[in-house]
Design a protein around this ligand. Structure first.
Ligand SMILES: Nc1nc2c(ncn2[C@@H]2O[C@H](COP(=O)(O)OP(=O)(O)OP(=O)(O)O)[C@@H](O)[C@H]2O)c(=O)[nH]1
Ligand SMILES: [Mg+2]
Length: 293
């Protein structure tokens, strides 16, 4: 039997639903999802294995004009996703016009590899709007095949997956067939905590936060975790902690519940907050947190 395998990389503007789609394909919550832009900061692999195929999906950060080092690194992940793709999934959402970054947009329209343009969130549109937008995108990206989808509701997701399989080259698998992702356990702990912070804090706070898991001890029935929430300034530390620690406690309780589901084990989660001045602009700090590319 011939085996197919390849890299299928999801790119697009912030907040269009890239992570929602990857999780839908994989059937696990590998990527955090929030209603805020720039939720995803890394390139995260989600691997879907079948007897005769392996689809290595990449979720990537939404494309932005970088304003500081962290964002530069995030766009480095996007760039790398252009370089090794066998199939590109360019995701747009209903009502969106085009990528704000012209260079990336040109890469898509000039792509030598197959591009599937996924018009997402069609659950929010009507038939007329949908037809107009499909027409519009067909003109703008003539090299793409267009799929209207709803990643949230699973509409047309299976059809996209089947098309991906058709397009994949013949190849042996790149990863062991029982592997789901390239990221270690600590990464999912950091991300789950960061998701709760994106939910509960406003404005600049979530963007000034990085989470680092310093301890991870797995015992037979429990995993003991200690993570630090890093902020850039003393005032942000106070906001994260909240009155008598209540805000931080809420983050801890919610993150622990999600992590218990994810790992299928009891979790003991200890959280503390530390100021790490301007970590977002510091190359050494960024490297430490895995933003090296
Ligand atoms: N109505 C609707 N909402 C969706 C759909 N797909 C995703 N969303 C919502 O859109 C928001 C952003 O989803 P994400 O999956 O985090 O988007 P993203 O493209 O990964 O965002 P970044 O990581 O910030 O670039 C969330 O509130 C999702 O629930 C969809 O098909 N329909
Ligand atoms: Mg995302």
């Amino acid at each position: 039997m011939n085996h197919k395998a390849g890299f299928v990389n999801i790119i697009g503007n912030p907040n269009v639903g890239k992570s929602t789609l990857m999780n839908a394909f994989v059937g696990e919550k590998l990527s955090i999802i929030t209603s805020k832009a720039q939720t995803t900061r890394h390139r995260i692999l989600g691997i879907v294995n079948g007897e005769d195929f392996q689809v290595v999906l990449s979720d990537t950060p939404g494309i932005i004009k970088p304003a500081y080092e962290l964002q530069e690194s995030m766009m480095g992940f996007v760039k790398s996703a252009f370089e090794d793709a066998d199939v590109l999934l360019y995701m747009v959402e209903i009502g969106e016009q085009e990528l704000k970054d012209e260079a990336f947009f040109n890469k898509i329209t000039n792509s030598q590899i197959p591009v599937l343009l996924l018009l997402n969130k069609i659950d929010k549109s009507n038939q007329q709007q949908l037809e107009e937008q499909v027409q519009n995108w067909a003109e703008k990206v003539p090299n793409a095949e267009i799929f209207p989808i709803s990643a949230l509701e699973g509409f047309n997701v299976k059809e996209v997956f089947n098309r991906i399989i058709e397009l994949l080259p013949e190849s042996p698998p790149f990863y062991p067939k029982d592997q789901l992702t390239d990221k270690p356990e600590r990464f999912f702990i950091n991300e789950t905590i960061r998701e709760k912070i994106l939910f509960h804090y406003k404005k600049e706070i979530p963007y000034a936060v990085e989470v680092d898991t310093e301890e991870f001890f797995e015992e037979e029935t429990i995993i003991r975790v200690r993570s630090v929430i890093m902020v850039e300034r003393e005032t942000q530390k106070g906001i994260i902690i909240g009155h008598k620690g209540s805000a931080l406690k809420r983050v801890g309780v919610e993150a622990r519940k999600d992590l218990e589901t994810f790992f299928g084990k009891q979790i003991h989660l200890e959280l503390y907050v530390k100021v790490n001045k301007n970590w977002r602009s510091n190359q050494n700090q960024l490297r430490r947190f895995g933003y090296n590319n």
